[in-house]
Design a protein around this ligand. Sequence first.
Ligand code: GLU
Ligand code: ZN
Length: 475
Amino acid sequence: MSEVPVRCRFAPAPSGSLHVGNVRSALFSWLFARHQGGTFVLRVEDTDASRVTEEAVAGVLEDLRWLGLDHDEGPDVGGPHEPYRQSQRLEIYREHADRLLAQGDAYHCYCTGEELEQRRKAAMAAGQAPGYDGHCRALTPEQVAAFDAERRASVVRFRMPDREWVVDDIVKGEVRFAPGQLRDFVLVRSDGSPVFLLAVAVDDLLMGITHVVRGDDLLASAPRNAAVIEALGGTPPRYAHVPQVLGPDRQPLSKRHGSTSVESFREQGFLPEALVNYLALLGWSPGDDREVLSRDDLIEAFDLERVSSNPAAFDTEKLTWLNNRYIRSLDDDELGARCLHFLTEEGLMPDPPTLRAAMPIVKERMKTLTEAPALLRFLFTDDLELNEKAAGLIAKAPDGYLGRVADALEAVEPWTAETITAELDALAGRESLSRTKAFQPVRAAVTGSNVSPPLPESLDLLGRDRTTERLRDAG
Ligand code: GLU
Ligand code: ZN
């Protein structure tokens, strides 16, 4: 354990359900904090009021709750560094911007958008790198007075110390920024609103964040964040920039590739345990060949050093495989409870004992919870529609066969999967049918489908009366 207690944060700018790439960064931050026995802070970066809705904020909280990534401090649970929503910290950013101005670490820049654009073009034409040229760094008091008299709008710019910056990143290693590469950047817009480079630095400083784990799209922000923190007399946190998650075509994972939000995975019947396990292995490994790791296993094994600096591609097949593993590992009560939502969504109203009793016959084959309604419909409604293949199977059955099955099953005592199997096999023998040929029309008549959980177990659950009634109706 490190000497200073570890404090990590997740700082989403909510815009709907979280993107899995973003969640993966949050997960690594959370795992690191938990492994170190540290603190995990949720900070909501909602200064862009035009984009952030209350629903989006609630969505973030719900996604994290569902995934089990709990936070020790945050807008909903409070903590010693309240408030945890940036929109409620504007006064704090203003004070710090004023301090940087007073110290000379920031200055007012009066350049208009047009002026900046003209000079940018000129720089490009002259073969120089674009970027702010320091025009207002050394305005005289007279020039400032003249602009103010004109009521010219100004932004507050940070005076970026012109030297080499080195970020000693835990994942990326030493990342160097040459002198002149990082230009003076805007801290406060002309309308007085803070830019996230200011807000993130001030918050990481005031909230005592020791490790920033985030996506590597923010790598170039790190020296800027660090410079602001240093100018405010603080020590920058350690940074760990995690590579992006890619799609199978190795382009950044986006809607084009299908689901990307936590909500969409939830709706597709993935378990949070499986998604967390899968995302943890996306760019990290425990250093041995384990692939199924519980939350506690992950916390125990996690370290940032073994996070790969190369991007990893999302593999839905592997996630699906893991999902089935987790489905099989749940006990019947728990699995039933998880299936319930998907069944009721399809208009099925299962009674809890039957639902629990049905779990053993579906859990092996169910890859996602969304498969539950199709597998179990026959049990929770008598209003079955035969699918086309089922109708074909019934049509191909020998004349009067389903009626004879019903007769045979009337006599089975006791009504169990074993006795049902024995009876169906005996009848198949008398009819000179293979087991497949004998079972298929029965399955079709009783479940309405050509695919179902194992037949005798299905009939056992359905009960004798409903079984024979369906056979006679179809026969
Ligand atoms: N709010 C930023 C985002 O959602 C993250 C800032 C940070 O982690 O430093 O991309
Ligand atoms: Zn300027």
